[in-house]
Design a binder for this molecule. Structure first.
Ligand code: GLY
Ligand code: MN
Ligand code: MN
Length: 433
């Protein structure tokens, strides 16, 4: 048995309880070619891994519900030659034992075995529309079962998107998940500290990125959780800047949005700091505004608060600050109402965080922003992006700032998981040391 196999089995049992009668089929992700015969580093599907802890490609989970529930895995057979080239595979027998399944079959037996598992079941649940080729295979198996109608077999006549149950379950993290998220956050926090100290005029964005990637891997993380953004000067006003190829200039800010994935869980951190270690007056004013917005937003993360409360708090602080700094003119309420603030703050203040950096889970229920409950994990990431324009004070041109941390809702409020230096004083002191 794998040490955590009981945790994954318990998750599958909860899914079966919710689904009742029927069959759920969840395939893992395919390997993706990068060029000719090389592949991108393999990353399993998050739904599949959340339910199995099994990380080989070519694997499918089938959960059979009803009176005689069964947890079934399809996976690659052992293959001496392939294992010499590519490494160990469990094979069905060892996978069944190690990952707490009731049955396991070879992946190549899907066409023969899967239709049998669908026979006389009222409902089929899978990740509808995620992969058109998979949709076609699923419908093919359904038709195989329908083809047996004259022998008295009936096929599922209801189809449900498996996300209906899985997204809500993934949204609330258990203790095992929170521990992994804390590790991802710690490794990423340390990387940001290293990057700040590696930054100075004349180095390049990619050199700082390299320091981060080194810290992720040497900290035991599998990979970056998403493509790192290392954006100096005006590049910080490009929200998804990933070229990371420019020299770092004295007097500019550097925005780094980068974090690690550990145990398949993402962190997501942004810090913005001066290349030369000292904020200018305008940079400091803008920075402290974003920090005040983040502080106000984090104060809204607690049980009973609704999803949009942190965003509304951040928008109010930022809009007031835009008026104070001379970026906008008018009354704050009107500027919020007309969304005038979106010229300088055009994204939302956060998202669910988990196995996917933008994690599973609905944001509204029945048309209303959902209520926060303990175990939810999210980012809080206000920003301010000021492009040059005639009606904008020149001191602020090309300043782009985002401050992003990861928080877990607790019984009494929230736990901030990510802790790189954040105040002006902390950053300047850290970079001086
Ligand atoms: N790094 C992606 C995001 O902040 O949402
Ligand atoms: Mn984020
Ligand atoms: Mn981010």
């Amino acid at each position: 048995m794998q040490p955590d196999s009981a945790i994954y089995r318990a998750r599958r049992e909860r899914v079966l309880e919710q689904m009742g009668e029927g069959v759920m089929v969840v395939a893992t992700a395919p390997e993706v070619p990068r060029n000719r015969d090389t592949h991108y580093p393999y990353r399993h599907d998050s739904y599949f891994y959340w339910l199995t802890g099994f990380n080989e490609p070519e694997a499918v989970l089938v959960l059979v519900g009803g009176a005689a529930p069964r947890h079934v895995l399809f996976c690659r057979e052992r293959n001496e030659e392939r294992e010499i080239w590519d490494g160990f595979r469990y094979g069905p027998a060892a996978a069944r034992e190690s990952f707490a399944f009731d049955d396991a079959f070879a992946y190549d037996a899907l066409d023969a075995e899967l239709p049998k598992l669908l026979e006389n079941q009222p409902l089929l649940a899978y990740l509808i529309g995620r992969d058109m080729a998979w949709d076609t295979r699923m419908l093919g198996w359904l038709n195989t079962v329908r083809g047996k109608a004259r022998s008295g077999v009936h096929a599922p006549n209801r189809m449900v998107d498996a996300r209906l149950w899985l997204d809500e379950m993934r949204l609330i993290k258990d203790g095992h998940e929170l521990d992994l998220m804390r590790r991802a956050a710690e490794i990423s926090t340390r990387a940001h500290g290293i990057a700040m100290r590696a930054t100075r005029p004349g180095r390049h964005e990619y050199e700082v990125e390299a320091e981060m990637l080194c810290a992720f891997r040497s900290g035991g993380a599998e990979a970056p959780a998403y493509t790192s953004i290392v954006a100096s000067g005006a590049n910080a006003c490009v929200l998804h800047y990933v070229f990371n190829n420019q020299p770092l200039r004295d007097g500019d800010l550097l925005l780094i949005d980068a974090a690690a994935e550990f145990g398949s869980y993402a962190a997501d951190i942004t810090r913005t700091f001066p290349v030369n270690g000292r904020f200018s007056a305008a940079q400091r004013d803008a920075y402290e505004l974003v920090l005040a917005a983040q502080t106000a937003a984090i104060a809204e993360v607690r049980p009973g608060s609704h999803w949009n409360a942190p965003h509304e708090a951040a928008v109010r602080v930022l809009t007031q600050g835009m008026v104070d700094l001379g970026l906008l003119q008018g009354k704050v309420d009107g500027l919020i109402e007309s969304k005038a603030y979106e010229r300088f703050y055009m994204h939302r203040t956060g998202h669910w965080l988990g196995m996917d950096v933008h994690d599973a889970g609905e944001y509204k229920i029945g048309g209303e922003w959902r209520t926060l409950v303990p175990g939810m994990t999210l980012t809080v990431e206000p920003g301010l992006y000021i492009r040059p324009a005639d009606d904008v004070p020149e001191a602020f041109w090309n300043i782009g700032i985002r401050i992003e941390d990861d928080v877990a809702v607790t019984e009494s409020g929230c736990e901030v998981l990510t802790t790189p230096p954040k105040t002006v004083a902390e950053i300047e002191q850290w970079m001086r040391a």
